[in-house]
Ligand binder design. Structure first.
Ligand code: MG
Length: 378
């Protein structure tokens, strides 16, 4: 089987409600996914998505388009998409890093491989261990009363837990919000907090101890992505487990964090980590070191979510006290595929698709609505 053409589609999809994040990121208003369509000489077509976010990943939609069109696509014409290791070797041989752009190609190759064999991607990864994942919601920054009302709505809708975005300029205000949320939802609704690199060691420790009574399942990435030693200091001084997100992109990052005793949980995001193959590798490395995995998302559409849940179906070490982040398209104006069919908010879970490949079908009309630019290399 050979790749005969690759198409990149740059999209701009508005969020339904602006998302107020840490002081590092500000307010997020429009997602900019890039879709990859991979056509083969056997008539099997695969789809992938990547989700650049300049302040988070160091990539923009424009930079990803350049990497795809000028570097990766020409290298991959004629390659066998069912040999995922070779696809990665070819990509790494032409340009280093660029995990975001590479993730869309990795997903499209897995989608082709699954469709050709009649198997869902979870089967290609060793097989499903579950048929559904518990699903949580996430809320941005606002006043304590608004945060409490937002999380209460999520609980009533059926989500199995909620993430509170913190990391703002005033940590005491974030602590007040966190405690107000706990008061509103009662003692049994699972909560986590994510500071998205917004704080230093002392601020992170002060916040985490101030919200001890909120009984967070874990606290995510308070420090800059590179600061493994700082994360270890925070971890030793707080009452809840600590999660790494921006700090764990590659398996080498995972090794460094584990060596520093810097995390209890890794936030797994397929696009951040460069695709299904590297994300699965990090899950297995985490398992071998007693680290649990939390399936998280960028602001992404359903193709990336479908790739993420295919991995989640297979792992032995997911965090179980709270749902995972398989809701992202609901934050957006519209999805570009039929992934939404698998989200069952009132039951607090997302089902694992069982059709071949990633199991989702793109919606050309929705893609057309959000399209900024489309280019094909053949
Ligand atoms: Mg995070």
């Amino acid at each position: 089987m050979k790749i005969i053409s690759l198409t990149a589609e740059q999209l701009a999809v508005p969020l339904i409600t602006p998302y107020h994040l840490s002081r590092e990121y500000g307010v997020f208003r429009t997602a900019t996914p890039v879709l990859v369509t991979m056509e083969t000489d056997e008539g099997v077509t695969g789809y992938g998505e990547c989700d650049p976010w300049p302040l988070f990943t160091g990539d923009s939609a424009d930079s990803v388009m350049t990497v795809l069109l000028k570097h990766l696509f020409p290298m991959l014409l004629g390659a066998d998409p069912t040999n995922i290791n070779e696809i990665h070797r070819l990509m790494d041989a032409v340009i280093r890093n660029q995990h975001i752009a590479k993730s869309a190609i990795d997903m499209a190759a897995y989608d082709v491989f699954g469709k050709k064999t009649g198997l869902h991607v979870s089967a290609l990864l060793g097989g499903k261990r579950r048929d559904a994942m518990r699903c949580m919601w996430s809320i941005g920054g606002s006043t304590p009363a608004e945060s409490a009302a937002d999380v209460l709505r999520a609980k009533e809708a059926g989500y199995f837990g909620c993430m509170i975005k913190v990391g703002g300029a005033d940590w005491k205000r974030d602590a007040e919000r966190t405690l107000a949320v706990r008061d509103a939802v009662g003692p049994d609704f699972p909560l986590i907090a994510d500071a998205n690199q917004g704080w230093d060691v002392n601020t992170a420790i002060r916040y985490a101890n101030a919200v001890k009574d909120a009984d967070l399942v874990f606290f995510e990435q308070p420090l800059q992505s590179w600061d493994a030693e700082g994360m270890a200091k925070v971890r030793r001084s707080i009452p809840m487990p600590l999660s790494a997100d921006e700090g764990v992109v590659t398996v080498v990052d995972a090794k460094r964090l584990i060596a520093a005793d810097a995390a209890d949980v890794f936030s797994i995001k397929v696009t951040k980590m460069g695709g299904i193959r590297p994300a699965k590798q990090i899950c297995e490395y985490a398992e071998a070191h007693g680290i649990r995995v939390f399936f998280n998302s960028m602001i992404e559409e359903g193709i990336t979510e479908a790739a993420s849940i295919a991995i989640a179906a297979t792992v032995t070490n997911p965090v179980e006290e709270i749902g995972h982040a398989f809701f992202s398209p609901l934050r957006l104006h519209g999805d570009i595929c039929d992934y939404y069919k698998y989200i069952h908010v009132s039951e607090g879970e997302t089902w694992i698709p069982d059709k071949p490949g990633l199991g989702v079908v793109p919606d050309p009309e929705a893609i057309g609505k959000y399209l900024v630019r489309r280019e094909t290399v053949r």
